[in-house]
Design a protein around this ligand. Sequence first.
Ligand code: PBG
Length: 339
Amino acid sequence: TAGTPGPFASAAGAPGGFPTVRPRRLRRTPALRRLVAETHVRPEQLVLPVFVAEGATEQRPVASMPGVVQHTRDSLRAEVVRAAEAGLGGVMLFGVPASKDPVGSGATDPQGILNVAIADVVAEVGDALPVMSDLCLDEFTDHGHCGLLDSRGAVDNDATLEAYAAMALAQADAGVDLVGPSGMMDGQVGVVRTALDAAGHTDVGILAYAAKYASAFYGPFREAVDSSLVGDRRTYQQDPANAREGVREALLDVAEGADLVMVKPALGYLDVLQRVAEAVPVPVAAYQVSGEYAMLEAAAAHGWIDREAAILESLVSIRRAGADIVLTYWALEVARLLR
Ligand code: PBG
């Protein structure tokens, strides 16, 4: 009982003289905790994904992602200025075309929404903010798949590679810093690198969506880009059951010339992230995807979770697992919180 010293009591009165090792000492004050923190989240590590809708004259809210909108070209320009002022690491652009077709023509058209938006953004921020673009056909195809379909309706890997090469050139011509091939076609990074180099775009880098899983957590994104996908992407995106395969994909992308690799989604895939980060000699990004955002926002809206604390905890966890860079829809808000 308290206050009754046992035979081995220490001076402090702890039973048996223990504990002599007290990890709690380093947790006693906020200043001590800050001193020993192993992982930090900084604005420059965060990349803001943004959507821009062709022909939009007003921002359109994305219902399943409260606080996220489809931008107009003008509101996108204003947003990237805020991103630069907040010291973010970059922006990742997604285009929402006004019309779609089987081959995703809008993706390679220099006047297509993504390509004009890249040019708008680069004109606005110049070299002050790295500009990245999603390199994938799913936003532009009427069937919603990330590639071209063969006569039986299957996604044709090698035909799609040609389309990706053309799309990469259109984005590079528009002035993008990093293209983000995200369609999970075999060989996509090598083909894009070769096409860029042959056209003299040797300075345009590749952020490869290397370990990208066929995830239910992309659901809200499909609303954000008005996706028309029927079915799923399991013949090209990875099986959530496999981690080793994620490492293989990342190593292949590095061998093909990826400058950075990405793991996606983030929170459910921290083990993959850790293994990839240990395996590759390039910077590693993680994408905190739309479903991760929606889940936390929904719980917070019910008052079931401390919103800001949960956002920061999710980000520090992703960083701790090995991400150098995190794509997150909260990037701007978190930059303000960290200030
Ligand atoms: C493909 C792409 C997707 C996302 C980013 N790039 C959708 C998909 O693969 O189905 C999802 C991002 C998110 O859910 O936040 N263009």
